[in-house]
Design a protein around this ligand. Structure first.
Ligand SMILES: Cc1cc2nc3c(=O)[nH]c(=O)nc-3n(C[C@H](O)[C@H](O)[C@H](O)COP(=O)(O)O)c2cc1C
Length: 433
């Protein structure tokens, strides 16, 4: 299929194209519904807009936030989202996705604390409230590159992700997985000490915990059955839970509910047709996380940014042309998010991948939240491009097309290159000095 560029002049044009393609794209002209508060356990988000985690590859070598990291989060805080889901922070040095990925340690916890204090202060001053701030704790697994070159830690051999099979020594042993689980204890303790409101045990985009969910072919206690494939994630929760105190700090996950690789290599996929979502296991898993670990919210996402980025973040330009219309990717994500929220009304769901709609992303967010398809809308690339869009939407009910994300993939290309990531089109101060 030929690539279809974003060519719409009005929101109505987008709606018509979505109808033609028969994709699920609930939009709302009015966006006020996004500005009502939402209870998340013991906490309250002041509006329904979350900024999604986005790695900037700009930490210091010892894992502390660097100058550009601090700049990014100051801008995010000023923008006024109700929740900021802080980017992937490594639980162990060997699990870093780059030599500049953040990594929370005893030595740098105060630097994180200072940044969070500053973010809350800025938002209180500018918006009259502080955002909730969740830290994403990660083990980069297959995508670990702690010294700038790949040093994969894999759950099992996955042919769709390995053109040439990796050596068997890359498969993390059962004992190795136990040690990785234990690392979440220290991360949770430090995360609470740094002042985050909660910690995400990252389980998405085919990093380690996510990859284990589809480890059908792995022998032993971490592979095969549903119980075995979810063991690592739940043990990470248990380790983290043992370290944190009080009801004010929560655990949660950003979860892939659909990988987009055929069975037996994908989670949330139909066994007969791997490109079709089957959300039975993801729904079961989220229900169990609620039951056992009292997660107050779940952040839902899909796909793998390396292999099928069109599933993860539909885009206009990129390194390859997917075999689907970008609105079909949007529709798959929105339908999946909605299916999860409807199956689990007791768990507020944060939806992902709104940025493709550019200046109408707020209308899609309002359609999703207003229609009860999710509790919050999570924005990634649009936040890089237009960090104050929340305030603008609140004040004017619309977004400026000249400031919106153009889904060019430039930010992701920077990330892949291991260099500081941000909006190459809109952030002139950094990218066009
Ligand atoms: C440069 C870049 C960095 C990202 N880093 C993370 C990350 O640290 N953790 C994560 O869960 N997702 C990460 N993502 C995915 C985004 O959070 C989001 O799911 C994706 O961009 C789709 O949302 P959007 O359409 O609003 O951009 C990243 C995406 C980009 C482009």
């Amino acid at each position: 299929m030929e690539h279809v560029a974003f060519h719409y002049s009005t929101l109505n044009d987008v709606i018509k194209e979505a109808e033609k393609l028969n994709v699920f794209l609930p939009v709302n002209e009015k966006t006020d519904v996004l500005f009502s508060p939402l209870s998340l356990g013991a906490h309250t988000a002041q509006n329904r807009i979350a900024f999604q985690p986005m790695e900037g590859t700009d930490g210091t070598e010892d894992g502390a936030p660097g100058e550009l990291t601090c700049r990014r989060y100051r801008r995010f805080a000023q923008g006024g989202p109700g929740l900021i889901w802080f980017e992937a922070v490594a639980t162990l040095p060997q699990a870093r996705a780059s030599a500049h990925q953040l990594w929370l340690t005893e030595k740098n916890v105060d630097a994180f604390r200072r940044l969070l204090d500053e973010m809350r202060e800025i938002s209180l001053r500018e918006n009259g409230y502080a955002p909730l701030i969740v830290m994403q704790a990660t083990n980069s697994g297959r995508y670990s590159k702690p010294h700038g070159f790949p040093e994969p830690l894999i759950a099992y051999h996955c042919p769709p992700l390995e053109d040439t099979p990796l050596g068997s020594e890359r498969i993390v042993s059962d004992d190795g997985l136990k040690r990785f689980e234990e690392a979440y204890e220290a991360s949770a303790r430090l995360c609470q000490r740094a002042g985050f409101d909660g910690m995400d045990i990252k389980c998405c985009h085919r990093y380690l915990a996510c990859e284990l969910l589809s480890a059908y072919t792995r022998p032993g206690p971490y592979g095969g059955s549903y119980e075995n494939r979810t063991r690592f994630l739940k043990n990470c929760y248990r380790a983290a839970q043992a370290a944190v105190a009080g009801p004010g700090f929560f655990l949660t996950s950003r979860l892939n509910v659909y990988d987009g690789f055929p069975y037996p290599y994908g989670f949330g996929v139909n066994e007969r047709d791997g490109l079709q979502p089957d959300l039975e296991e993801p729904i079961r898993l989220i229900g169990e996380l609620k039951e056992e670990f009292h997660i107050p919210v779940i952040n839902v996402t899909m796909g793998n940014p390396y292999k099928n980025p069109h599933v993860n973040r539909p885009y206009d330009h990129g390194n390859y042309v997917p075999n689907e219309h970008p609105l079909e990717g949007e529709g798959r994500m929105m339908r999946g998010v909605s299916e999860i929220q409807r199956a689990l009304p007791q768990v507020p769901v944060i939806g992902s991948a709104f940025s493709y709609l550019r200046q109408w992303a707020g209308n899609l967010a309002a359609g999703m939240v207003g229609g009860g398809h999710c509790a919050m809308a999570g924005f990634g690339r649009l936040a890089f491009a237009y960090p104050d869009f929340v305030r603008e939407l609140k004040e004017t009910g619309r977004l400026d097309p000249k400031r919106a994300c153009v889904t060019c993939g430039g930010c992701a290309a920077l990330l892949r290159a291991g260099t500081p990531a941000g909006c190459v089109v809109r952030d002139r101060e950094v990218y066009h000095p």
